[in-house]
Design a protein around this ligand. Structure first.
Ligand code: PEP
Length: 257
């Protein structure tokens, strides 16, 4: 049985004070829902340690938004897996659409990051998603298959235990245009089939596939109700406990475990 995961991607937002209070407000609001739902908060690098401190003693986990694949050394501006583990990160987002499309990351780089994260004991939330023109041209599945294959080169079925897939249609991120539950379910089912062909049915059944793209308190439930939607990666609505905690509550409510 896959446990829901609700992850907040704070992107390049917050400051030390708001990061601390947001993390502690979410932890307080999540309360005992964390028995049923995994909650992951991904603040900007400078605030990871203080967010970790703010959630200490709770089951809320802290993750990064990105990582570099090299070991510590002369890589100005980059942050290593060891550093993220050192400040208490549980996982890192990799291949977010903004990194692919704004910062020019390709599947080869993304795969190096996935491999480095796993080798260093961090979990990875691997993001995949199509552009609107790719969807309109009927290429959604081909684009996703390429991103999945590229991001998971050399990743074994055992290593898949530490990987979560996040399906984030680019046209839905930060736009308010959420995928319909049917659109999300159809892609998630496709991704699960892909995992079955590339790995096996155990991996397909156990890997969580999150939906991301304009998830809010008022649409979370119908998305999370879909059979193959195992949680949400939330951007804008994760920046306030008042809009993020209800998403956790919706997942807890739907959770059977
Ligand atoms: C995201 O940043 O991963 C995201 C899905 O953003 P939003 O929820 O704001 O669309």
């Amino acid at each position: 049985m896959r446990r829901f995961l609700i992850a907040g991607n704070w992107k390049m937002n917050t400051n030390s004070e708001s990061a601390k209070s947001l993390a502690s407000d979410v932890a307080a609001g999540a309360g005992n829902h964390t028995e049923k739902v995994c909650v992951l908060l991904c603040p900007p690098f400078p605030y990871l340690a203080l967010a970790k401190e703010a959630v200490n003693g709770t089951d809320v986990k802290i993750g990064a938004q990105d990582v570099y694949f090299e070991s510590p050394g002369a890589f100005t501006g980059e942050v290593s897996v060891d550093m993220l583990s050192d400040v208490g990160c549980f996982a890192t987002i990799i291949g977010h659409s903004e990194r692919r499309h704004v910062l020019g990351e390709d599947d080869v780089t993304i795969n190096k990051k996935v491999k480095a994260a796993l080798a260093g004991g961090l979990g990875a939330v691997l993001c995949v998603g199509e552009l609107l023109e790719e969807r309109d041209a009927g290429n959604t599945e081909t684009v996703l298959d390429t991103q999945m294959a590229g991001g998971l080169v050399d990743i074994t079925s055992e290593q898949m235990e530490k990987i979560v897939i996040a399906y984030e249609p680019v046209w839905a991120i930060g736009t308010g245009k959420v995928a319909t539950p049917d659109q999300a379910e159809s892609v998630h089912a496709h991704l699960r089939n892909w995992l079955e062909s590339r790995y096996n049915s155990d991996v397909a059944e156990s890997t969580r596939i999150l939906y991301g793209g304009s998830v809010k308190a008022n649409n979370a439930r119908t998305l999370l109700e879909q059979q193959n939607v195992d949680g949400a990666l939330v951007g804008g609505a994760s920046l306030k406990a008042d809009s993020f905690v209800p998403i956790i509550e919706a997942a807890a409510d739907l959770s059977t475990s």
